[in-house]
Write a protein that binds this ligand. Structure first.
Ligand SMILES: Nc1ncnc2c1ncn2[C@@H]1O[C@H](COP(=O)(O)OP(=O)(O)O)[C@@H](O)[C@H]1O
Ligand SMILES: [Mg+2]
Length: 270
């Protein structure tokens, strides 16, 4: 008889009562969030709602004011697992025109560690760079300058750089910004493949609610605290979520009492 035992670190991310303060104010409060191996999570919420702050606190870049985060079962203040985590920051793909760096060179930078930094790229590192170039679908563009590529291709390149260290948890902060519709679909397909074929766990912040709904397994709506955590198809109407923070319509029916304009960043793209 086989007894299957789920290890306690089956959870990739385990945030408990996480509260983070920035500039003297609490911006993320009492977040309880668990992410399992192989999940693809979408994080949505209004501008300034604390999405980026949450990601930085998960990474251990920002200290928690209260609560804790475990990554792979270890406190995120420990360093042992950091190579398993890849983070692509907001605007990471905004590589200036003046930069002549190629896709292959940028992805190679992702292989640099404290130990190997003084040595030229060896065969093993070159092979992992080539493998990642193929994985992110940039074989034809490998030796082109990144600044000459489309928004979607640039995103693929920065995701490739993040993944080449063999990370299996990928945190993406707004990777769909500046990516046209066609490239966006193939970028989402890449993320889906990374999740299903390469066993990556993905947490993606995005304003593109339609894309998030189509692609992810679970949506977490953050507005200082978690307002929703569940299946994409059960996500309440944004007006209902906005109501949770006391926002009311400005343009109501004549005679209807109105307050502030419904202000949400999750514009569903047609
Ligand atoms: N470096 C900082 N210092 C002080 N406050 C900050 C800093 N960065 C962000 N904030 C504030 O924290 C809140 C959450 O910001 P952020 O996490 O960037 O939200 P989101 O990513 O959801 O747009 C906002 O009110 C923002 O003004
Ligand atoms: Mg942000």
């Amino acid at each position: 008889m086989t007894i299957s035992v789920v290890p306690p670190h089956n959870l990739v991310i385990d945030a408990k009562d996480l509260t983070v303060s920035r500039g003297g104010a609490i911006v993320v409060e009492d977040i309880n969030m668990q992410v399992r191996y192989g999940e693809f999570i979408g994080i949505v919420g209004p501008n300034g709602g604390g999405k980026t702050t949450l990601m930085l606190a998960i990474l251990g870049v920002l200290k928690s004011y209260k609560g804790s985060v475990k990554l792979y079962g270890l406190q995120n203040t420990k360093i042992g697992f950091k190579s398993r985590i890849a983070w692509v920051s907001q605007n990471a793909a905004n590589i200036p025109e003046s930069s002549k760096i190629t896709v292959r060179e940028l992805i190679s930078l992702g292989t640099v560690t404290f130990r190997n930094m003084i040595f030229p790229l060896d065969k093993e590192r070159k092979e992992s760079v080539q493998k990642i170039i193929e994985m992110v679908g940039l074989s034809k563009e490998a030796d082109k300058q990144i600044s000459k590529l489309s928004g979607g291709q640039k995103q693929r390149a920065v995701i490739g750089k993040a993944l080449v260290s063999k990370a299996d948890l990928l945190l993406l902060d707004e990777p769909l910004v500046g990516v046209d519709r066609k490239s966006r679909n193939s970028l989402l397909k890449l993320l889906d493949d990374l999740c299903h074929d390469q066993n990556k766990t993905i947490v993606m912040i995005s304003h593109d609610l339609a894309a998030i709904k189509q692609t992810t397994h679970r949506i977490i709506y953050i507005d200082q605290s978690v307002q929703y955590d569940g299946k994409p198809e059960d996500l309440p109407e944004l007006e209902i979520l906005a109501g949770l923070r006391g926002i009311k319509k400005v343009h109501g029916e004549p005679g209807e009492e109105t307050e502030r304009k419904t202000e949400l960043c999750c514009d569903e793209e047609a």
